[in-house]
Write a protein that binds this ligand. Structure first.
Ligand SMILES: Nc1ncnc2c1ncn2[C@@H]1O[C@H](COP(=O)(O)OP(=O)(O)OP(=O)(O)O)[C@@H](O)[C@H]1O
Ligand SMILES: [Mg+2]
Length: 599
């Protein structure tokens, strides 16, 4: 087949102008809560003032109580007691109490924003096209909803709203007080803070690199492990448990090594930062002692300088954590924003969505389609009148399932159109179109819930009598009846607790329950014994009466009753006619019949 490279839909690539998109996303989430946020931050400022008071209290205890001239012993005791009471009041009511209030307000807002983000992300990703899902694995998408990316964002904004305001206030106010007492000593503190900052920035870059490297390894290993766990049946089947254990052991060694060195290297960076603080403290002690001995500062101020230097480390730690988290939180937000602005390659029309007719012919008008650059279907033209039963046959990989997926608008063709009752199916909403179809795919998926829930998924109002009716038509009732819990039997992950044939029969029942105008059966009975297949085929011909049905099949005996047979080879329809016509004519259909020993 000639291969003309196809132009792929450009909007499938992730949007790269994401910095602004991330900002817009945060704005959008936060804007309904601006007042609450401002209140939480204002309360936080009160906390900052309380912390400053606590930082500087040693000065007042020394200068205004213990060493105050002109007071007798009793008065000094009383003042000491008063200061102690004040300390407790400020600590419990203003610092802890008000902080708790701001935490309550902010916590509620944060959880609302996170829920909105999760729901928006889930709804959007849920509606994105199959091509998108082919490119992004479920583990990755799941991690955005409940994994570390969102946790980083939460932690970053919690620090920003709950810690930063009071840390900034306490740092600034403390420095202002200290500066009003002695500029030289305050200058030393400031220099120490600046040096600490510089060391911090370098350390931050190094730690980020280490973290990034570790996360990459961890993501790779967890992806592999998740794949092994999902493929546990295949592992047992091929008896490769031992080599899987060995593989896992090797991966663990890598993680173990990386995790160890991550901690050691991060700790070395921490030691560097602490060393700067210790050197700063030693210099401050010498200088402060010198200024005290020179009579420039009081005992109380000396004490306040020495104690506040330690207290100022709190804000420094917060700044450091903020700087560390900023990168990962921004990266997560940008990635989420990029996913949220990714458009579907099969978008619903923005305006003028057409109603999907109840019935109508299906027309392929010079359709060319490929998943990548290579076309899988080339210039397919075809008309299926309403009510016709059409069989699609041909070698594996010829493009049969692809035709079904195009009819269902899971993909849009790159060239040509598909019309439904004369209307281009791109004018319909994809899900409205698919609701008209009862589909039994080649590999039907069962959710990890009961048989009943798997069926009522498509019709929540169906009662037991209705479920029984469709299950009987699909030949599924006979095995459901034998199950101790009947319709309430749980199906396990991917429907692993029932056989392949039983899964197919449940999928047929599910399709029947939709009472569609069109059926697509893609190898719907391939896992059944011939007797069951025959019985289901009878049922199928009954239920498809007066409706359109597309049967994709390898077993040609199963399509004998169809009105029309289409033979697909290498993405082109090479034969089109009744069973008898094609059986009599030279061509692939007759060859296939011969190989299957069907007359
Ligand atoms: N999601 C996909 N991404 C890329 N290529 C795909 C995808 N799905 C199918 N293909 C390729 O498209 C071609 C047609 O696949 P299709 O599933 O339509 O074949 P088929 O006729 O249904 O085969 P079978 O009888 O084995 O089910 C194959 O070469 C297949 O590898
Ligand atoms: Mg197929």
């Amino acid at each position: 087949m000639e291969s003309v490279p196809l132009k792929l839909p450009a909007n499938l690539n992730l949007n790269t102008g994401t910095r602004k998109a991330a900002g817009d996303l945060v704005n959008d989430l936060v804007s309904p809560h601006r007042k609450g946020l401002l209140l939480a931050m204002a309360l936080n400022l009160v906390v900052g003032i309380s912390v400053t008071f606590q930082n500087l209290l040693p000065k007042f205890i020394m200068d205004d109580a213990l060493l105050k001239e002109g007071l007798d012993l009793e008065q000094r005791r009383q003042r000491l007691f008063l200061f102690a009471l004040l300390y407790v009041f400020v600590g419990i009511v203003l610092r802890a109490g008000v902080w708790h209030g701001s935490l309550r307000i902010f916590g509620r807002i944060r959880e609302r924003c996170v829920s909105r983000l999760r729901s928006r992300f889930f709804n959007h990703v849920n509606r994105l096209c199959i091509s998108f899902h082919n490119r992004h694995n479920s583990g990755e998408l799941f991690s955005y909803l409940f994994g570390s990316p969102l946790t980083h964002v939460q932690q970053y904004y919690s620090l920003l709203a709950l810690m930063l305001p009071h840390e900034v206030v306490s740092l600034t106010l403390t420095l202002v007080f200290l500066g009003s007492w002695d500029l030289l000593l305050t200058g030393v503190i400031l220099i120490s803070i600046c040096v600490h900052f510089l060391v911090q920035i370098r350390a931050r870059l190094l730690i980020r690199e280490i973290q990034h490297d570790f996360q990459k390894t961890e993501a790779k290993v967890s992806g592999k492990v998740a794949d092994m766990l999902r493929g546990h049946r295949a592992m047992k089947l091929y008896a490769v448990e031992e080599s899987a254990d060995r593989d896992f052991g090797r991966e663990l060694d890598i993680i173990h090594d990386k995790s160890y060195w991550r901690e050691i290297r991060s700790h070395l960076q921490q030691i560097k930062q602490e060393s700067v603080l210790y050197i700063g403290y030693a210099s401050l002690s010498i200088l402060a002692g010198w200024r005290f001995l020179g009579g420039h500062i009081t005992e109380g101020q000396l004490t306040a300088y020495l104690t506040s230097y330690i207290a100022l480390q709190g804000p420094l730690r917060t700044f450091f954590q903020l700087a560390l988290l900023r990168g990962s939180s921004q990266a997560s937000l940008e990635r989420m924003a990029a996913l949220l602005t990714t458009e579907s390659s099969t978008p619903d029309p923005e305006t003028g969505v057409a109603d999907v007719p109840l019935r109508g012919e299906i027309v392929f008008d010079h359709v060319t389609f490929g998943y990548g650059e290579e076309p899988v279907l080339s210039d397919v033209s075809l008309t299926i009148p309403f009510g016709q039963k059409v069989a699609l046959v041909g070698p594996s990989g010829a493009g049969k399932s692809t035709i079904a997926q195009l009819i269902l608008r899971l993909y849009d063709p790159q060239q040509g159109r598909i019309l439904f009752n004369g209307i281009d199916i791109r004018s319909f909403s994809g899900s409205a179109l698919r609701r008209r179809f009862g589909v039994v795919p080649q590999d039907p998926y069962m959710f990890n819930c009961s048989i009943r829930d798997n069926l009522t998924l498509v019709d929540p109002d169906a009662d037991d009598a209705k479920l029984r009716e469709v299950c009987e038509q699909a030949n599924a009732w006979e095995f459901i009846e034998d199950l101790p819990q009947g319709l309430d039997t749980m199906l396990g992950e991917g429907g692993c607790t029932v056989s392949g044939g039983q899964r197919q029969r449940l999928a047929i029942a599910r399709a029947l329950l939709m009472e569609p105008s069109f059926f697509v059966f893609d190898e719907a009975t391939s896992a059944l014994d011939t007797l069951s297949e025959e019985r289901i085929r009878d049922a199928m011909s009954r239920v498809t009466e007066g409706r359109t049905a597309l049967f994709i099949a390898h077993r040609l005996a199963s399509v004998e009753n169809c009105d029309r047979i289409l033979v697909l080879e290498n993405g082109r329809i090479t034969q089109d006619g009744s069973y008898a016509e094609l059986a009599a004519a030279p061509g692939m259909f007759r060859d296939l019949l011969r190989t299957q020993n069907v007359r």
